[in-house]
Structure formats: C-alpha cells, structure tokens
Design a protein around this ligand. Structure first.
Ligand code: 5RP
Length: 217
C-alpha cells in the first residue's frame, strides 16, 4: 500500500470516533485532508467543525461543512489530526504544516485527541523530524540563541508566516529523550508562542495505518 492509501485508510478509521450531532475538531495536513473528505460524506450528521488552520477552514467550507470558531463551542468531544512523529507513549511532534499553535489549542480543548498516522511516523525517540517552534518575529534571533544553548540547531522556515502572523524555527539535531521537559523548557523561552511537542497533552488514541491494516497504538 502506498503512503497516500494508508493515509486514506487511517482517516476512514477515525470516522468511528466522530460523535453524531456534535462539533468535531479538524487538523491540518494531507492526512487531515483525507479525513475532511470522509467527514463530508456524513456532514448532515454532525453539527459542524472547528478548524486548526485557515487552509483546513477553507477545505471544510468547500466540502459544505459548517465551520465555527472554537470560542463558540462549549464542548468538543473529538479532535482528529495527523502528526510528523509518534512514540509508543503517544507523544508527538507536530507542526510540519506550521499549524502547531492552533492544533495544540484545539487538542487541549477537546475531550479526546485522535491522531491518525501511517507507519512511517512511528519512532523510538522523537527528534529526527525537525521540531517546529512558533516564534514572535521580533524574538527570532534571541530564541534561536537560546535553542542553540539547549543543543539544537534552529533553522528559520524561509518564506513562511503562520496563520497567527509569526515565524517558525525548525530545530534540527535535538534528540528528545524527555519530551515533557523539553516541551516545557522551550515554552518558557520568552518570545516562543508554542512548540510542536505534544507530550504534556499527548494523543489519547493513535491510529496507525500499516500494510496489515489499522493498528490502535
Ligand atoms: C500540521 C501537522 C500535520 O499533522 C503533520 O505535519 C502531518 O502532516 P501530513 O498528514 O501531511 O503527513 O502537524 O501542522
């Protein structure tokens, strides 16, 4: 099975977690895009969606799915999103698409975070995928120097601005042996909006597409 077929299969599996007559949180990226297509098939049976990025909002609307702001939703039973890396502890690196801050906010607000990945994303230790950090533009150089002190090599994501008007530093060569500690440490640098480690609030369910079928990690 190719990677796109796996992404599609795992997106379909996530549909079992969608709650009828309720809002659903929707992530960003190619796997989440497949999920949007599946969601469109049952759009009459959900209240609508909360989008984790402008791009996702646009796609949801194109599929005729009502989109509401997170602030107007009292309860969000489920959030479905992809990831760039995942461990057996359900700790994640996210933000390859640059939507990490809104993704983290929706994951925090949701009762259940269902992460959908293909088997290439499962790793022993996080950090081979460069860890994205969203930074207020004026703090870019300062934050980069602090990251170097932590042993990482920050690289500015050229020509990219987040939906919140900020920049992304992708951290290379940072082996993430203690994800919760590193998540907290990065977030404590002044000027950091958030980072792509989802460890303090990991996924609740990780569905992995393999050649043999879908595994619940
Ligand atoms: C976007 C993300 C995505 O979930 C992550 O990059 C995975 O993307 P894809 O499903 O395209 O492999 O965190 O900010």
């Amino acid at each position: 099975m190719d990677q796109d077929a796996k992404k599609k299969a795992v997106a379909r599996a996530a549909m079992d977690h969608v709650v009828e007559d309720a809002f659903v949180g929707v992530g960003t990226g190619s796997t989440a895009n497949f999920f949007i297509e599946m969601l469109a098939e049952v759009k009459g049976r959900i209240e609508g969606a909360v989008a984790s990025s402008d791009e996702t909002e646009k796609r949801l609307k194109e599929h005729g799915i009502p989109v509401v702001p997170l602030n107007s939703v009292n309860e969000l039973p489920v959030y479905v999103d992809g990831a760039d890396e995942c461990t057996k502890y359900l700790h994640l690196i996210k933000g390859g698409g640059g939507a990490l801050t809104r993704e983290k906010i929706i994951a925090a607000a949701a009762d259940k975070f269902v992460c959908i990945i293909d088997d290439t994303k499962v790793v022993k230790t996080l950090g081979t995928f460069p860890l994205p950090v969203e930074v207020i533009p004026m703090a870019r150089s300062y934050v980069a120097r602090e990251i170097i002190k932590m042993g990482g090599r920050p690289e500015l994501r050229e020509g990219f601005t987040t939906d919140n008007g900020n920049v992304i530093l992708d951290i290379h060569n940072l082996l993430v042996l203690n994800p919760v500690e590193i998540e907290e440490r990065l977030n404590s640098i002044v000027g950091v909006v958030t980072n792509g480690l989802f460890a303090k609030r990991p996924a609740d369910v990780v569905l992995v597409a393999t050649d043999e079928g879908i595994i619940d990690l």
